[in-house]
Design a protein around this ligand. Structure first.
Ligand SMILES: Cc1cc2nc3c(=O)[nH]c(=O)nc-3n(C[C@H](O)[C@H](O)[C@H](O)COP(=O)(O)O)c2cc1C
Length: 247
Protein backbone atom coordinates (compact mmCIF):
# COMPACT_ATOMS: atom_id res chain seq x y z
CA UNK A 1 0.00 0.00 0.00
CA UNK A 2 1.33 3.41 -0.91
CA UNK A 3 0.11 6.21 1.38
CA UNK A 4 -1.69 9.17 -0.18
CA UNK A 5 0.66 11.72 -1.67
CA UNK A 6 3.61 9.31 -1.91
CA UNK A 7 2.95 7.82 -5.33
CA UNK A 8 5.33 10.07 -7.23
CA UNK A 9 8.24 9.28 -4.91
CA UNK A 10 7.60 5.55 -5.34
CA UNK A 11 7.34 5.85 -9.11
CA UNK A 12 10.70 7.55 -9.19
CA UNK A 13 12.22 4.86 -6.99
CA UNK A 14 10.79 2.09 -9.15
CA UNK A 15 12.10 3.67 -12.34
CA UNK A 16 15.45 4.63 -10.84
CA UNK A 17 18.41 4.09 -13.15
CA UNK A 18 21.38 2.75 -11.22
CA UNK A 19 24.29 4.99 -11.99
CA UNK A 20 26.71 2.01 -11.96
CA UNK A 21 24.66 0.15 -14.50
CA UNK A 22 25.95 -0.03 -18.08
CA UNK A 23 22.41 1.00 -19.13
CA UNK A 24 22.85 4.50 -17.76
CA UNK A 25 22.00 6.98 -20.50
CA UNK A 26 24.84 8.81 -22.11
CA UNK A 27 23.98 11.63 -24.45
CA UNK A 28 24.35 10.37 -27.97
CA UNK A 29 25.81 12.51 -30.70
CA UNK A 30 26.60 12.07 -34.36
CA UNK A 31 30.05 10.88 -33.35
CA UNK A 32 28.90 7.95 -31.18
CA UNK A 33 29.38 4.54 -32.86
CA UNK A 34 25.67 3.51 -32.85
CA UNK A 35 24.99 6.45 -35.06
CA UNK A 36 27.54 5.76 -37.77
CA UNK A 37 25.19 3.67 -39.91
CA UNK A 38 21.61 3.99 -41.12
CA UNK A 39 19.31 1.33 -39.66
CA UNK A 40 17.48 0.31 -42.83
CA UNK A 41 18.77 -0.43 -46.26
CA UNK A 42 16.26 -1.92 -48.65
CA UNK A 43 18.01 -3.87 -51.42
CA UNK A 44 17.19 -2.66 -54.96
CA UNK A 45 15.03 0.23 -53.69
CA UNK A 46 15.02 3.59 -55.47
CA UNK A 47 17.45 5.94 -53.74
CA UNK A 48 17.21 9.70 -53.96
CA UNK A 49 20.19 11.74 -52.74
CA UNK A 50 19.22 14.49 -50.30
CA UNK A 51 22.49 16.46 -50.28
CA UNK A 52 21.54 20.09 -50.75
CA UNK A 53 22.75 23.60 -49.96
CA UNK A 54 22.09 24.40 -46.30
CA UNK A 55 19.62 27.06 -45.23
CA UNK A 56 21.33 30.38 -44.72
CA UNK A 57 19.88 31.95 -41.58
CA UNK A 58 21.41 35.35 -42.27
CA UNK A 59 23.62 37.66 -40.26
CA UNK A 60 23.69 36.78 -36.55
CA UNK A 61 21.03 34.15 -37.26
CA UNK A 62 18.53 36.96 -37.79
CA UNK A 63 16.33 34.77 -39.98
CA UNK A 64 16.14 32.12 -37.29
CA UNK A 65 15.19 34.65 -34.61
CA UNK A 66 12.41 36.09 -36.76
CA UNK A 67 11.18 32.59 -37.55
CA UNK A 68 11.02 31.62 -33.89
CA UNK A 69 8.88 34.71 -33.22
CA UNK A 70 6.48 34.18 -36.08
CA UNK A 71 6.22 30.35 -36.09
CA UNK A 72 2.67 28.98 -36.00
CA UNK A 73 1.14 25.60 -36.75
CA UNK A 74 -0.60 25.62 -40.11
CA UNK A 75 -4.32 24.85 -39.95
CA UNK A 76 -4.95 24.22 -43.66
CA UNK A 77 -2.92 23.25 -46.74
CA UNK A 78 -3.85 24.13 -50.34
CA UNK A 79 -2.97 20.61 -51.49
CA UNK A 80 -0.53 22.02 -54.07
CA UNK A 81 2.91 20.40 -54.37
CA UNK A 82 6.05 21.77 -52.79
CA UNK A 83 9.49 21.81 -54.46
CA UNK A 84 11.96 18.98 -53.90
CA UNK A 85 14.63 21.50 -52.92
CA UNK A 86 12.33 22.79 -50.15
CA UNK A 87 11.87 19.31 -48.70
CA UNK A 88 15.62 18.67 -48.88
CA UNK A 89 16.42 21.97 -47.14
CA UNK A 90 14.02 21.10 -44.30
CA UNK A 91 15.64 17.66 -43.93
CA UNK A 92 19.13 19.17 -44.02
CA UNK A 93 18.41 21.60 -41.19
CA UNK A 94 16.64 18.99 -39.10
CA UNK A 95 18.99 16.02 -39.39
CA UNK A 96 22.39 17.45 -40.38
CA UNK A 97 23.28 19.90 -37.57
CA UNK A 98 26.98 19.64 -38.42
CA UNK A 99 26.22 21.51 -41.68
CA UNK A 100 25.35 24.58 -39.60
CA UNK A 101 28.42 25.01 -37.43
CA UNK A 102 29.72 27.82 -39.61
CA UNK A 103 26.49 29.68 -38.74
CA UNK A 104 27.29 29.24 -35.04
CA UNK A 105 24.75 26.52 -34.39
CA UNK A 106 25.54 23.54 -32.20
CA UNK A 107 27.25 20.64 -33.96
CA UNK A 108 25.76 18.13 -31.52
CA UNK A 109 22.51 19.47 -30.04
CA UNK A 110 21.44 17.68 -26.85
CA UNK A 111 19.33 14.65 -27.64
CA UNK A 112 18.75 11.58 -25.52
CA UNK A 113 19.67 9.01 -28.17
CA UNK A 114 18.94 9.78 -31.80
CA UNK A 115 20.23 6.37 -32.84
CA UNK A 116 16.86 5.02 -31.59
CA UNK A 117 14.76 7.28 -33.79
CA UNK A 118 14.01 6.68 -37.47
CA UNK A 119 12.27 8.84 -40.04
CA UNK A 120 9.77 7.70 -42.68
CA UNK A 121 8.24 10.10 -45.16
CA UNK A 122 5.00 9.69 -47.09
CA UNK A 123 5.24 11.89 -50.18
CA UNK A 124 1.95 13.01 -51.74
CA UNK A 125 2.97 16.17 -53.59
CA UNK A 126 6.61 17.03 -54.14
CA UNK A 127 7.67 18.16 -57.62
CA UNK A 128 10.25 15.78 -59.13
CA UNK A 129 9.83 13.16 -56.41
CA UNK A 130 7.73 10.06 -56.97
CA UNK A 131 4.73 9.63 -54.67
CA UNK A 132 5.10 6.90 -52.09
CA UNK A 133 6.71 6.16 -48.75
CA UNK A 134 10.43 6.58 -48.12
CA UNK A 135 12.91 5.84 -45.36
CA UNK A 136 15.19 8.80 -44.72
CA UNK A 137 18.79 7.64 -44.21
CA UNK A 138 20.48 10.54 -42.42
CA UNK A 139 24.03 9.17 -42.53
CA UNK A 140 24.00 8.31 -46.24
CA UNK A 141 21.81 11.38 -46.82
CA UNK A 142 19.30 9.73 -49.09
CA UNK A 143 15.64 8.80 -49.33
CA UNK A 144 15.07 5.06 -49.84
CA UNK A 145 11.69 4.28 -51.35
CA UNK A 146 9.69 1.48 -49.71
CA UNK A 147 6.20 1.98 -51.25
CA UNK A 148 5.08 3.39 -54.61
CA UNK A 149 1.65 5.04 -54.54
CA UNK A 150 -0.30 8.10 -53.55
CA UNK A 151 -1.36 7.66 -49.93
CA UNK A 152 -3.53 10.79 -49.49
CA UNK A 153 -6.68 8.82 -48.72
CA UNK A 154 -4.89 6.51 -46.28
CA UNK A 155 -3.12 9.44 -44.62
CA UNK A 156 -6.46 11.15 -44.12
CA UNK A 157 -7.70 8.02 -42.35
CA UNK A 158 -4.48 7.45 -40.34
CA UNK A 159 -4.62 11.03 -39.02
CA UNK A 160 -8.13 10.38 -37.62
CA UNK A 161 -9.79 12.05 -40.59
CA UNK A 162 -7.84 15.28 -40.19
CA UNK A 163 -7.57 17.16 -43.48
CA UNK A 164 -4.04 18.23 -42.62
CA UNK A 165 -2.90 14.64 -43.25
CA UNK A 166 -4.72 14.41 -46.59
CA UNK A 167 -3.71 17.80 -48.00
CA UNK A 168 -0.09 17.92 -46.83
CA UNK A 169 2.59 17.51 -49.48
CA UNK A 170 4.61 15.40 -47.08
CA UNK A 171 3.71 13.50 -43.91
CA UNK A 172 6.75 12.64 -41.88
CA UNK A 173 6.80 9.90 -39.22
CA UNK A 174 9.29 9.67 -36.39
CA UNK A 175 9.46 6.12 -35.10
CA UNK A 176 11.37 3.98 -32.61
CA UNK A 177 11.74 0.31 -31.77
CA UNK A 178 10.28 0.58 -28.26
CA UNK A 179 11.33 -2.92 -27.14
CA UNK A 180 14.92 -2.25 -28.10
CA UNK A 181 14.83 1.14 -26.38
CA UNK A 182 13.44 -0.33 -23.15
CA UNK A 183 16.05 -3.13 -23.12
CA UNK A 184 18.72 -0.49 -23.50
CA UNK A 185 17.47 2.13 -21.02
CA UNK A 186 14.47 0.82 -19.07
CA UNK A 187 10.93 2.20 -19.15
CA UNK A 188 12.01 5.80 -19.01
CA UNK A 189 13.24 5.52 -22.57
CA UNK A 190 9.62 6.06 -23.62
CA UNK A 191 9.59 9.55 -22.14
CA UNK A 192 12.93 10.54 -23.62
CA UNK A 193 12.11 9.23 -27.10
CA UNK A 194 9.17 11.59 -27.24
CA UNK A 195 11.33 14.48 -26.12
CA UNK A 196 13.78 13.70 -28.95
CA UNK A 197 10.95 13.40 -31.48
CA UNK A 198 9.66 16.78 -30.27
CA UNK A 199 13.12 18.30 -30.70
CA UNK A 200 13.27 17.04 -34.30
CA UNK A 201 9.70 18.27 -34.84
CA UNK A 202 10.54 21.81 -33.75
CA UNK A 203 13.47 21.92 -36.17
CA UNK A 204 11.20 20.78 -39.00
CA UNK A 205 8.76 23.53 -37.98
CA UNK A 206 11.36 26.29 -38.01
CA UNK A 207 12.90 25.31 -41.36
CA UNK A 208 9.47 24.99 -42.97
CA UNK A 209 8.22 28.37 -41.73
CA UNK A 210 11.44 30.05 -42.89
CA UNK A 211 10.86 28.62 -46.38
CA UNK A 212 7.22 29.85 -46.35
CA UNK A 213 5.83 26.33 -46.19
CA UNK A 214 3.01 25.24 -43.94
CA UNK A 215 3.79 22.83 -41.11
CA UNK A 216 1.93 21.18 -38.25
CA UNK A 217 2.56 18.41 -35.78
CA UNK A 218 -0.03 15.64 -35.59
CA UNK A 219 -0.48 13.79 -32.32
CA UNK A 220 -3.86 12.27 -33.20
CA UNK A 221 -3.38 9.18 -35.36
CA UNK A 222 -4.12 5.45 -35.45
CA UNK A 223 -0.69 4.32 -34.29
CA UNK A 224 -1.54 0.64 -34.68
CA UNK A 225 -2.38 1.03 -38.40
CA UNK A 226 0.40 3.25 -39.70
CA UNK A 227 2.99 0.50 -40.24
CA UNK A 228 0.90 -1.92 -42.30
CA UNK A 229 -0.60 0.84 -44.42
CA UNK A 230 2.65 2.58 -45.30
CA UNK A 231 5.01 -0.42 -45.24
CA UNK A 232 7.00 0.88 -42.27
CA UNK A 233 8.79 -2.06 -40.52
CA UNK A 234 6.52 -3.48 -37.80
CA UNK A 235 9.05 -3.01 -34.98
CA UNK A 236 8.88 0.75 -35.48
CA UNK A 237 6.31 2.48 -33.27
CA UNK A 238 5.26 5.92 -34.42
CA UNK A 239 6.15 8.60 -31.86
CA UNK A 240 5.11 11.76 -33.65
CA UNK A 241 3.91 12.92 -37.05
CA UNK A 242 4.79 16.18 -38.76
CA UNK A 243 3.02 17.45 -41.86
CA UNK A 244 4.48 19.87 -44.40
CA UNK A 245 2.72 21.48 -47.31
CA UNK A 246 1.85 24.44 -49.46
CA UNK A 247 -0.17 27.31 -47.96
C1 LIG B 1 2.78 17.13 -30.15
C2 LIG B 1 1.81 17.90 -31.01
C3 LIG B 1 0.72 17.26 -31.56
C4 LIG B 1 -0.18 17.95 -32.34
N1 LIG B 1 -1.25 17.28 -32.90
C5 LIG B 1 -2.12 17.96 -33.67
C6 LIG B 1 -3.20 17.28 -34.30
O1 LIG B 1 -3.35 16.05 -34.19
N2 LIG B 1 -4.03 18.03 -35.07
C7 LIG B 1 -3.88 19.36 -35.25
O2 LIG B 1 -4.67 19.98 -35.97
N3 LIG B 1 -2.84 20.03 -34.69
C8 LIG B 1 -1.96 19.36 -33.92
N4 LIG B 1 -0.91 20.02 -33.34
C9 LIG B 1 -0.76 21.46 -33.58
C10 LIG B 1 -1.35 22.19 -32.39
O3 LIG B 1 -2.73 22.31 -32.57
C11 LIG B 1 -0.69 23.57 -32.28
O4 LIG B 1 0.68 23.37 -32.09
C12 LIG B 1 -1.27 24.35 -31.13
O5 LIG B 1 -2.57 24.74 -31.44
C13 LIG B 1 -0.43 25.58 -30.80
O6 LIG B 1 -0.32 26.40 -31.93
P1 LIG B 1 1.08 26.90 -32.47
O7 LIG B 1 1.92 25.68 -32.84
O8 LIG B 1 0.75 27.74 -33.66
O9 LIG B 1 1.78 27.65 -31.39
C14 LIG B 1 0.01 19.33 -32.58
C15 LIG B 1 1.11 19.98 -32.03
C16 LIG B 1 1.99 19.27 -31.26
C17 LIG B 1 3.19 20.01 -30.70
Amino acid sequence: MIPDGELLKHLHQAAHINSNSPKVPTWKTRETPEYSEDKYNFPFCTKVPTVTPSISWGKDLGGLRKTILKRRSTREYTGEPIALKELLAVLDFTYQPHHYINQDLDRNPDYFDLSLIETFIAVSGVDDLEEGCYYYAPVAQELRQIRFKNFRQELHFLCLGQELGRDAAVVLFHTADLKKAVVKYGDRAYRYLHADAGHLGQKLNLAAIYLNLGVSGIGGFFDDRVNEVLGIPLDEAVLYISTLGAI
